[in-house]
Design a protein around this ligand. Structure first.
Ligand code: BG6
Length: 538
């Protein structure tokens, strides 16, 4: 029977996502002139405007340095440029006229109380113009060391309302990285907690806003066939991959000139802090958590923390054998020759008159074997891998089921049957597939692996909303389900700290390399092959 094709739906319409509705407010973007605001946040708000799902009374204020000329006009130009380049839906002049009127900019330093006085005056003027009832969402898109001065000044300037305020609520979104280790994460959390209650705090991990990641809960708990199999009795292992083809610098394909670089942020941070501590562990939690007894934010978040608490701490020998890091060297990605990471760092530092570090040991690739010590997952390895400058952009969660017994169709050890695999494609081509063994038509019994496919865009049509769209709406609605609680952030740091410390101590030791455009170093293959398994080909 053919699957009925549903009417295309607006996935952001009330009832399709959060049960709560976004409430009138002013969104203040700290770091409004920055890269995230330009690429993601302003285009996301623009798309929400086009889709007609923003609260009826709403405006945006960018806050930070860097404006040239009239700050509001400058900010509108910057937003327009970001939308033209990165928006999911193209810029439409009619909507732009409406949207741009609600964009403002306040110039100032995050540690200067006078800047907050200017911000306060602007907020009051915007409230009067847009009918926003004094409600605020502060989006801290700033480096972790600036969080403390920012929240302290907000509080001193009287810009933080009591958590009990319903209409004139104050909420804060804290962007990653939350610290650069457990200690600094605790400090960031403590300074935020000084000004805001936990119920007002939304720690964002944009992977949790991706459709396919949200669908994990639906897949597991709205279908009766998966949950009984979702454990060590039936699952052999799980692979979680987040592969990116981009490196840290981007180049003009014609002139070869550097057009943008994230080296300033990434160097000294690396893939473990940038991707594993947050995005990958959050995805692991949703894959492995126990069924929550309700969908309320704290119950779901308790379930996720439960997984983090069961992660087996790395022993000294695990640090040698279960974790691999590496850095890319020159190679070719999608037909373009690209230089090595070292070169990108040297290039960036010389352009910005920064010293060239004596050794550049930042990892751009990590692979690890992780165990969850509870009854459900005892003995089931979870393999995580992530890297920059891999052959393509591809992220998936693959659940590989155990092989059938070596009888009937699986008797010949030289030609084992391909195992059943459920693959959840996070991006691109969002969807899932189930690989099954089937009989090839004909008189002989020959077995062939087939895939049952579900693809979001072909079934539902259109592009899924960007993760930031969904997440910002959730904050306006006061729904914290998809945000990380303080204990989860700290538990994730606790888990990765032994790795960071081990690498720190072995700084001068050999750092494996991989050619750009390949699937990582040989060491990563050896890690999984030691268990008689292989990485999936994506
Ligand atoms: C960010 C990391 O959090 O996620 C980046 O800082 C990474 O380094 C990005 O490229 C990946 O996000 P996405 O949504 O493109 O997979």
């Amino acid at each position: 029977m053919a699957t009925p094709t549903p009417e295309p739906v607006n996935l952001l319409s009330p009832g399709a996502g959060s049960a709560l509705l976004p409430q009138p407010c002013v969104l203040v973007i700290f770091g409004g002139a920055g890269d995230l605001s330009w690429r993601k946040l302003l285009p996301a708000v623009y798309n929400l405007n086009i889709d007609g799902v923003l609260p009826s009374n709403f405006a945006v204020i960018g806050f930070g340095m860097g404006a040239v000329g009239d700050p509001d006009e400058w900010f509108r130009d910057r937003a327009r440029d970001g939308i033209e380049r990165f928006s999911r839906q193209p810029l439409d002049e009619k909507h732009w006229a409406d949207y741009s009127r609600s964009l403002f900019y306040v110039e100032g330093s995050f540690s200067d109380l006078r800047a907050y006085e200017k911000l306060k005056a602007k907020l009051e003027a915007v409230d009067a113009q847009f009918g926003t009832p004094g409600a605020r969402v502060y989006y801290l898109s700033i480096p972790p060391q600036l969080v403390q001065p920012a929240v302290e000044q907000l509080k001193s300037a009287g810009l933080v309302n009591d958590p009990g305020e319903k209409r004139a609520f104050t909420r804060v979104i804290v962007e990653k990285p939350i610290g650069r280790d457990l200690e600094s994460a605790k400090q960031v959390n403590a300074s935020v907690a000084h000004a805001f209650a936990e119920s007002q705090t939304y720690r964002i991990d944009h992977y949790l806003g991706k459709e396919t990641v949200q669908n994990l809960m639906v897949l597991r708990f709205a279908n009766s066939i998966f949950e009984p199999l979702w454990n060590q009795k039936y699952i052999d292992h799980v692979q979680i991959t987040v592969a990116e083809e981009e490196g840290l610098a981007q180049y003009d394909p014609i002139t070869g000139e550097t057009t943008a670089s994230r080296v300033g942020y990434y160097e000294g941070v690396g893939a473990l802090r940038d991707m594993v501590q947050n995005h990958m562990l959050q995805v692991l939690c949703l894959t492995a958590m126990e069924p929550p007894y309700s969908l309320s934010a704290d119950v779901v978040r308790d379930g996720k923390v439960g997984v983090l608490r069961c992660l087996r701490p790395f022993s000294q020998s695990d640090l040698e054998n279960s974790v691999v890091r590496a850095q890319y060297i020159d190679g070719e990605v999608q037909g373009h020759t690209v230089p090595n990471y070292r070169h990108e760092v040297i290039d960036f530092n010389s352009k910005h008159n920064l010293p060239i570090p004596p050794s550049i040991t930042t990892e751009t690739f990590v692979a690890m074997r992780v165990h969850i010590d509870n009854w459900r997952w005892a003995g089931v390895p979870f393999y995580l891998r992530t890297g920059k400058r891999l052959p393509k952009r591809a992220s998936e969660i693959a659940i590989q089921f155990k092989a059938v017994p070596n009888i009937l169709f699986n008797q010949n050890p030289d030609v084992p049957l391909e195992p059943t695999v459920l693959s959840i494609r996070v991006q691109p081509e969002e969807g899932l597939s189930l690989r099954l063994a089937t009989k090839l038509p004909g008189p002989k019994v020959r077995i062939f692996p087939v895939k049952m496919e579900f693809n979001y865009s072909s079934l539902f049509g259109g592009e899924s909303p960007e993760a930031y769209e969904r997440l910002m709406l959730d904050v306006m609605a006061g729904d914290a389900t998809l945000f990380m609680r303080r204990d989860a952030v700290e538990a994730a740091w606790e888990f990765v700290m032994p790795v960071l410390e081990h690498w720190e101590q072995s700084r001068s030791r050999f750092l494996p390399q991989y050619q750009a455009g390949t699937w990582g170093p040989l060491e990563a293959d050896r890690l999984i092959e030691a268990d008689h398994r292989t990485w999936r080909t994506l």
